[in-house]
Design a protein around this ligand. Structure first.
Ligand SMILES: [Fe+2]
Length: 427
């Protein structure tokens, strides 16, 4: 800025140079600098380049808005949006931000409406985001009101591009996105379609909670099969994800998406060697409710467990018969909101629905596994904040620089994600 408050013409260029000087990735992908998770400038750039960039962001299930007029609040990155089904049946995603004074006008989490009315000054929008009403537009008694030349058509809500696939709704700020199938790539699409297999979805419930960790740590947790064999007593003891299981940590060609896949084994058949490495393994532990671990075959897939991480904000959980969406909503470098939508299928009988809900106790904010992950992520974030300006290690499985690996003792999928992240962020 000069003395008159005018920005000098070179500012943008100077800022880019400053950024390039300040944020330099040290060395190869096997070490990650902590500022990736703790820095406000990095976070702001992530919102701009990733969440508001060329990505398909999960926003809702079609089953949550089956009828015209149905709407549900959601987010793209931290940005609040409303997902609505218009009168013509099409799905629209608009920013939840009034064109007048920026108020988050839609207050109900879900509902059915013909129009959205901002509570502050009652500016009114149709379900496609067109501005259709301004109170006292011409003032009172010839005084006040909006300027004569105000064109409401130019002041609708910011509308995002929308695509749906097998009942799952995605939105993008980018106008020229590839199809979702191309975005996922054939390998990840195959696993996505194994879960969303064409049956109509039935929503079973929602949870939401905050987590004191950077949003990327949540994706990394599900690209880190190594921890699953060590941290989770339940997985290890009951054979859900054990070193030596048939398994795959898949990534797409870009490195941004992943699927952690495993076939359940009989924990009793574990080698003595493997048991020795896993402190969480509890010999002889049994469940009082044996139905909890039942796996009813229903999917065309060799895997009993798949956890898909769809860049940048979606996790699709298929843990035997418990199915769920997790939507990541970052609120800053140090916190995320996790929004869960548990689902089954239309046509499930009462017993199957009970089974899905019962098995759902594995996951969720206080799930048998979930609670351990949540706590571990907090420990990592605390560690990085407590000792600033350091870096940490993701060196496991050097045979795969970054990408798909068929061993659980690997961090190659985390490296793949950062290969992509560095490109998108120009770091
Ligand atoms: Fe975990």
């Amino acid at each position: 800025m000069d003395g008159n408050g005018n920005a000098a013409r070179g500012d943008a260029g100077d800022n880019a140079v400053l950024f390039d000087q300040q944020y330099v990735w040290p060395g190869d992908l096997t070490e990650i600098p902590d500022w990736v998770y703790t820095d406000e400038t990095i976070y702001q750039r992530e919102v701009e380049r990733i969440f508001h960039g060329p990505t398909w962001n999960y926003v809702a299930l079609e089953a949550e808005i089956p009828n015209s007029g149905d709407f549900i609040r959601s987010n793209v990155g931290p940005t609040p949006v409303v997902v609505a089904r218009a009168q013509d049946g099409s799905i629209t995603v608009v920013e939840n931000r009034c064109a007048h004074r920026a108020a988050e006008f839609c207050r109900a989490l879900t509902g059915n409406a013909n129009e959205f009315v901002c509570p502050y000054h009652q500016w009114t929008y149709d379900l496609k985001g067109n501005l259709i009403g301004i109170p006292f537009k011409r003032g009172v008694g010839g005084k006040g009101g909006m300027p004569r030349d105000f064109n409401a058509a130019q002041h609708g809500l910011r509308s995002l591009c929308v695509t749906t696939h097998r009942g799952v709704v995605f939105a993008s700020y980018h106008d020229h996105m590839e199809s979702l199938a191309d975005y996922l790539g054939s390998d990840v699409l195959r696993e996505f379609d194994a879960t969303f297999d064409g049956r109509k979805l039935k929503v079973l419930g929602h949870y939401r909670h905050s987590l004191p960790a950077n949003w990327k740590l949540y994706l990394e947790n599900l690209k880190d099969p190594y921890h699953a064999t060590l941290l989770h007593t339940f997985l290890v003891t009951f054979g859900l994800l054990v070193a030596g299981n048939r398994s795959l940590m898949l990534t797409d060609a870009s490195g941004r998406h992943g699927v952690m896949a495993s076939a359940k084994s009989d924990a009793g058949k574990l080698s003595a060697d493997a048991k020795k490495e896993m402190r969480a393994y509890k010999e002889g532990m049994t469940l009082r409710e044996p139905r909890f671990m039942d796996f009813i075959a229903e999917f065309d897939s060799p895997w009993s467990v798949t956890m898909a991480t769809i860049w940048p904000n979606l996790i699709v959980q298929r843990e035997m018969n418990t199915l769920g969406i997790r939507q990541i909503v970052p609120t800053g470098p140090h916190e995320l909101l996790m929004k869960w939508t548990m689902f089954g299928f239309e046509g499930d009988d009462e017993e199957m629905t009970r089974h899905r809900l019962r098995q759902g106790n594995l996951m969720g904010p206080a799930g048998f596994l979930g609670i351990e992950d949540n706590e571990a992520m907090k420990f990592v974030q605390d560690g990085m904040r407590g000792v600033p300006n350091k870096k940490h290690l993701v060196k496991l499985d050097p045979q795969v620089e970054a990408g798909t690996s068929d061993t659980l003792i690997s961090e190659a999928a985390i490296r793949a994600m950062y290969k992509h992240w560095r490109r998108e962020m120009s770091v």
